[in-house]
Design a protein around this ligand. Structure first.
Ligand code: BGC
Length: 552
């Protein structure tokens, strides 16, 4: 098993640099046994759809036994599958079926905390001398680590909660039912490695590691990004590297790029990390019709080691987080994208891509165009490829976790169960409901978003510069035009985006590329040869172009 590489990726250990990732929830994808909840059998039956879409790697949200008070991020057993999702054999079958199709799979590793239902916590709370006591972080008072911010602002008053059983406080950075593990305890580190080994032996290609900045606590600090946290991560990476080379670790650290940079270490911590601040800035740049927010954040992003890669995304299973923006920018985002307060949660917006963009196909294409052409590996969120809607009334972040819409029939083709039995209602309004927005009807419509997404994915796959190249911004006087060059070895791609809802012209200074012919990548048409003078492009509202440069 060790060092195994999946079919479809001829053993390249840097596979994640070229990969397009697809994030999905087993619960929400396809119900194979008619109990109203998605499962691995159902997912297997939809792998051909994902293959057809053209993605390379699936990121599976938590699939473990859990009381589901945080949608599975509250794990009660790290070594098994939630019975409603299937059996361990179902999981193995899924993994094999994915690999047979050349799809890789990464799963979720929630290291920072467990559910309070986890037997470790149940034991730990029994008595202060229980051997598991030191697996969690306890205190007699609730005034240690003062000043550490609260993340789930809408639900939690403190990072300490009282345990009436052992009569002490326990530390938690998220919900009070998710006690933090104590990573100062070497036994906890070893156990996390055991968990990793268990799934790596089964064949998973890597992990998205949840909430990494919060592993260690120290008095007088923010308890975030501490050097001792990096020690833990280096320990896990070293073990991974020794025993399972070619597998990948992806960090979820919702921080500024300069604070995320250390999570790559010297190439000895994470292979990948999400770049959180790019995300809101794509939405901001679009609304402001100005490239500035995006150019600024990318230009201030530090270099990362050669084997490392950013992960970028438009939407995911959480709120569109506005932690990594200034207060003014947050106000602006709320004003423009969540005027209705019910759409706001914690420091963010609980909406999907299509409704955020008012269902405007041009804006949806433009933002996907950015996602697939800016530096980093893109992560798509299930359902956004068909423009699914959301339901802000479902509470917490559940409104963006509704069942996948496969067709216009019974339960949108998600499940044969009675509609009342579905884990949460399908979207059924006339605009985004499953009768209107679904895979089947988009398959039958050549100009559907789904077909367009397949096409743009195919096109991205023809150039390695997108995944591996560097970026140089061109800065035409017209700031509504966002233009950049992506270069890798001998390949150069020119990307030009019109962020405005009106037609625009941009004059690009391409002197140093004189003589090259831009080939438009969607249709293959040659554009006029680049000369000495500024290169003039006229752009329709929200239009974008990708050109491969050819030298004759
Ligand atoms: C996950 C959330 C989850 C939280 C606590 C996050 O980073 O993305 O969905 O609620 O961790 O586990």
């Amino acid at each position: 098993m060790n060092g195994r590489t999946s079919p479809g990726s001829p053993g390249d250990p840097l596979w994640y640099k070229d990969a397009i990732f697809y994030e999905l929830h087993v619960k929400a994808f396809r119900d194979g046994n008619g109990d109203g909840m998605g499962d691995f059998k159902g997912l297997v039956s939809r792998l051909d759809y994902l293959k057809e879409l053209g993605v390379d790697c699936l990121w599976i949200l938590p699939m473990y036994p859990s009381p589901f008070r945080d949608d599975g991020y509250d794990i009660a057993d790290y070594y098994s599958i939630h019975p409603q999702y299937g059996t361990m054999d179902d999981f193995r079958e899924f993994l094999d079926a994915a690999h047979e199709r050349g799809l890789r799979v990464i799963t979720e590793l929630v290291v920072n905390h467990t559910s309070d239902q986890h037997p470790w916590f149940q034991e730990a709370r029994q008595s202060t001398d229980n051997p598991r006591r030191d697996w969690y972080v306890w205190s007699d008072t609730d005034d240690r680590y003062r000043g550490v911010r609260i993340i789930f602002l809408d639900t939690e008053m403190s990072n300490w909660s009282w345990d009436p059983v052992s009569k002490a406080y326990y530390w938690h950075r998220f919900f009070s039912h998710q006690p933090d593990l104590n990573f100062d305890n070497p036994a906890v580190r070893e156990e996390m490695w055991n968990v990793m080994r268990f799934w790596l032996d089964m064949g998973v290609d890597g992990f998205r590691v949840d909430a990494v900045p919060y592993l260690i606590e120290r008095e007088g600090t923010s308890c975030e990004n501490l050097p001792e946290t990096h020690d833990v991560l280096r320990f896990l990476r070293e073990r991974l590297e020794t025993h399972y080379p070619g597998r990948m670790l992806l960090a979820e650290a919702n921080m500024w790029p300069e604070d995320v940079r250390p999570y790559f270490g010297e190439g000895d911590e994470f292979h990948m990390a999400f770049h959180f601040p790019i995300m809101p800035r794509m939405f901001m740049a679009l609304r402001l019709e100005d490239r500035k927010p995006l150019v600024e954040i990318i230009e201030r992003t530090p270099e990362i080691p050669a084997g490392c890669q950013w992960g970028i995304f438009l939407r995911n299973h959480d709120e569109l987080t506005l932690e990594m923006v200034t207060d003014e920018e947050r106000d602006y985002m709320y004003q423009e994208y969540a005027r209705d307060r019910v759409a706001r949660i914690n420091l963010g917006i609980r909406r999907r891509l299509a409704p955020l963009l008012e269902g405007d196909r041009r804006k949806i294409e433009l933002l996907n165009g950015l996602l697939l052409s800016l530096p980093g590996s893109p992560f798509l969120y299930y359902g956004d490829e068909i423009g699914m809607g959301d339901n802000v009334y479902l509470g917490d972040r559940n409104g963006v976790r509704t069942p996948m819409q496969w067709n216009g029939g019974w339960n949108g083709g998600f499940s044969d169960a009675d509609p009342e039995q579905i884990y949460q209602p399908l979207i059924s309004n006339p605009v985004y409901g499953y009768q209107a927005v679904n895979v089947d009807s988009q398959r039958r419509t050549p100009h559907s978003l789904l077909h367009w997404m397949r096409r743009i994915i195919q096109i991205r796959q023809t150039a390695r510069a997108f995944g591996r190249g560097d970026i140089r911004f061109l800065k035409p006087a017209n700031h509504r035009i966002l233009a950049y060059l992506r270069t890798y070895e001998k390949e150069t791609i020119l990307v030009v985006n019109n962020l405005a809802g009106t037609a625009q012209a941009g004059e690009l200074d391409l002197k140093d590329l004189e003589g090259a012919i831009p080939i438009e990548m969607f249709g293959g048409s040659p554009f006029p040869r680049i000369g000495e003078l500024p290169y003039l492009l006229t752009m329709a509202p929200y239009q974008f172009h990708w050109f491969k440069l050819r030298w004759l």
